[in-house]
Structures are given as structure tokens and as C-alpha cells.
Write a protein that binds this ligand. Structure first.
Ligand SMILES: Cc1ncc(COP(=O)(O)O)c(C=O)c1O
Length: 397
């Protein structure tokens, strides 16, 4: 697009407040190289490399054959809302009703609508760093103010109530948690979660907990903040079937929240997206009522890959890496290597890795830290081995 065309269109303020994802430049360049037939090892993807389980796919095919192809209620079918609330209760120990559950077009949509329903212009939203790129952008879009909260790398980037308390400002209206965390893999322990909840309760702020990686934890069991005693009036759970059931393209997520919040989100949804796709809703129903074996199988495979990639990146000179306790990312610190090599930013490093080693990583600047890169191990063991070989050559050169 020419500059003249770009300047001729006056865009609304609210959309000017958000940027294109900082990761996009590297991804676009990787696409260009791939199209030219260049053999890349791609540690970029934020999605499972597994196919959607067969039972879920069959449920969608059945839905089409049975003509379940029309509008549904904007908040999703009552059957699915009930099933999601029950599944969450069984898996994570919460007690939500269908009326406290809304089906969304992916987990991101739930965060977007909850933020739209609850935040006023100027409200501060505390977001622990490193954070998923869309959190600050959504907050910016609705006119609120993202406030990054530093976490301690030596503590595996696990947020503490003390970290939050230090960053608290008078206008704080919401805290966004993401455990297991993208990009660091950090998992907040139940006792700390209780302290964080207590802080939010005392100070009158919402606690939005993005639990889209809930089932990918390597020590202990999946956990929801909303299962803590007396949590429900203060907590908004945004969940997703994208990662848990390898369903990223189906676009089904859900939000569990006090009824007035769900109703406000429903109003918003009824005038924007309307219902999530009817066919995908039937697939989702099968996911949360059918067998869960495939989730355990994926977790076992991720566990194997995590051990290998962690060992591999920790062996790279000038690189250290906190142990990720969940999700499917490692987030190594490359600061020492960068200082020795005169590389000024992780964006520059990611660019060089792409050009010289043919390896795709996501620069930490996208996630609010300056010395890290994110590697996803949602790729085969064979590609992980090849990628580690290339990284070793690059970092040792
Ligand atoms: C932390 C986090 N939250 C939410 C999402 C959104 O998932 P979806 O909209 O596909 O359900 C992602 C996807 O990468 C994520 O990493």
C-alpha cells in the first residue's frame, strides 16, 4: 500500500490505539521464505500440532448431516452452556450454572467481550509480564490502561501477590492472570492464587483468569482460580477448547462469570458475532461430554518434548532457561549471549536466527521482556532435534 493511500483514510482513534502484533514481521518473513521452498524449523506456532480428535470431528459431520446449520442463541445453545459448566466443575472443581456461562468465538473473544463489558476509559489493568500479546492490546482498544507487572525470573516468572501489590495504582479495576502462562509456561500455585484473589477482593478489582492452557500442566493437576472459596463474585474465567482439544480453527471458547457479566457479554455478542458456529458448538459438546483420553496423550507427548527442548536450550552458550511448568513453550533468557555478540534486541536476534539458522522463534519484546525468545514445542520431536542442532551451531559460532 502506498503512503498516499495510507494517509487518505482517517481511522477511528480506538483502532489507532492497537498495533499489529509485534511478532508478525518475523512470521511474514518466515512465510515468504517457506513459499520459496526454504527448509525452516518453526518454533513459532501457538497451536497444537495434533489433529482434532476423531470423535469431535465426527460430531461436527453429524451436525451438518442433521442440518444443525442455523442460528443458535447468541450465547450458545443451553445444552452446550450446561455441558461446559458441568465439565469445568468436573475437571477443575468449580460450581457454575449454564446462566453463568457464555460460549464465545474462541477464548480471545471472551477476553475481548469481558473487557468491553467491564472497563471504563482510564481504568488501569494489571498484566503480569511476560504476557500474551493480546492482553494489553485489548485493554488499549477499550480505552483502559494496561499496566505491566514485573515477575521474578528466578521464581520461574510466577506472579506473587506481593508483585501485584507493588504495581497497584488507585485506578486498578482488573488484574489479568494467565496460568499456565504463554509465553513463560509459569503456573501459579493454589496458595499464591488465594493471596492474589484476596488482594483483588480487598481492593475491589476483577480477577480475569485466562485458563486456556489449563490442562497442560506437568506437575500436579489442572487448577482453576474460580474453585477457591468465595472466588466467584470477583472472578472471570476465560477458557478455550483451542489448545486442550486441538481445536484452534473451530473457534470455540467460553467465559464463566457472575450472571450480570454474562448477560452484558450476551448483549454485545448478539449485536456483533451472534452465535459461535452451530457446527463447532456440536463438536465442542462432544469434546466436553466425550472421552478425554486424547488430552492425556497430547500432554504425555508435550512432556517428552519439553524435557528434550529444555535440555537442549540450556546447553546453548550464554543461554539459561527457567523450567516451564505448563503450556507448550520454553522462554529462554538469551541476554548474556546478546551482550557478548553485540545483538541489540531479541527482534534482531529472531531475524538473524531466521536468516542465518533458518529457525523461527518469537522475540520476547512481543511479550514485554527484553532478553528472551519464545520457542513452541508444539512440533514433532524430529523437528525439535533438527532445530536444536541449528541453534547449537548458531549460538556457538
Ligand atoms: C494466553 C492465551 N489466551 C488466549 C488465547 C486464544 O485462544 P483462542 O482464541 O484460540 O481460544 C491464546 C492463543 O494463543 C493464548 O495463548
Amino acid at each position: 500500500m502506498s503512503e498516499a493511500v495510507a494517509n487518505s483514510v482517517k481511522l477511528a482513534q480506538r483502532v489507532q490505539r492497537i498495533g499489529v502484533s509485534a511478532t508478525l514481521a518475523v512470521v511474514q518473513e518466515a512465510e515468504r521464505l517457506r513459499a520459496r521452498g526454504v527448509d525452516l524449523v518453526d518454533f513459532g506456532p501457538g497451536e497444537p500440532d495434533f489433529p482434532t480428535p476423531d470423535n469431535i470431528k465426527r460430531a461436527a459431520i453429524r451436525a451438518i448431516e442433521e442440518n444443525f446449520t442455523k442460528y443458535t442463541p447468541a450465547a450458545g445453545t443451553t445444552e452446550l452452556r450446561q455441558a461446559l459448566a458441568a465439565w469445568h466443575g468436573r475437571e477443575l472443581g468449580t460450581a457454575y450454572s449454564a446462566a453463568e456461562c457464555i460460549v464465545t468465538v474462541g477464548g480471545k473473544h471472551g477476553i475481548f467481550n469481558a473487557a468491553s463489558a467491564l472497563l471504563e476509559r482510564g481504568d488501569a489493568v494489571l498484566i503480569p509480564a511476560p504476557y500474551w500479546v493480546s492482553f494489553p492490546e485489548i485493554v488499549n482498544y477499550v480505552g483502559a490502561r494496561p499496566v505491566p507487572v514485573s515477575t521474578d525470573e528466578a521464581n520461574g516468572f510466577r506472579l506473587t501477590a506481593a508483585d501485584l501489590e507493588r504495581a497497584w495504582v488507585d485506578s486498578t479495576r482488573m488484574v489479568i492472570l494467565n496460568s499456565p502462562n504463554n509465553p513463560s509456561g509459569a503456573v501459579i500455585e493454589a496458595e499464591e492464587a488465594a493471596r492474589i484473589l484476596e488482594l483483588c477482593r480487598r481492593r475491589g478489582a476483577w480477577l480475569l483468569t485466562d485458563e486456556c492452557y489449563s490442562h497442560f500442566v506437568y506437575d500436579g493437576k489442572p487448577f482453576s482460580l474460580a474453585a477457591l472459596p468465595e472466588a466467584k463474585p470477583h472472578v472471570i474465567v476465560t477458557g478455550s477448547l483451542s489448545k486442550t482439544f486441538a481445536m484452534t480453527g473451530w473457534r470455540i471458547g467460553f467465559t464463566l462469570a457472575p450472571e450480570p457479566v454474562v448477560q452484558a457479554m450476551n448483549r454485545l455478542q448478539s449485536h456483533s458475532t451472534s452465535n459461535p458456529t452451530s457446527i463447532a458448538q456440536k463438536a465442542a459438546l462432544e469434546a466436553v461430554t466425550g472421552p478425554m483420553d486424547s488430552v492425556g496423550q497430547m500432554l504425555d507427548e508435550y512432556r517428552r518434548r519439553r524435557a528434550r527442548i529444555l535440555e537442549g536450550v540450556r546447553r546453548l552458550p550464554g543461554v539459561r532457561c527457567a523450567e516451564p511448568r505448563g503450556a507448550f513453550y520454553v522462554y529462554p533468557n538469551v541476554g548474556e549471549w546478546m551482550r557478548k555478540s553485540g545483538v541489540g534486541s531479541t527482534t534482531e536476534l529472531a531475524r538473524r536466527l531466521l536468516d542465518e539458522a533458518r529457525v523461527v522463534v518469537v522475540p520476547g519484546e512481543a511479550f514485554g521482556t527484553t532478553e528472551h525468545i519464545r520457542l513452541s514445542y508444539a512440533t514433532s520431536m524430529e523437528r525439535i532435534e533438527e532445530g536444536l542442532r541449528r541453534l547449537e551451531q548458531f549460538f556457538s559460532a
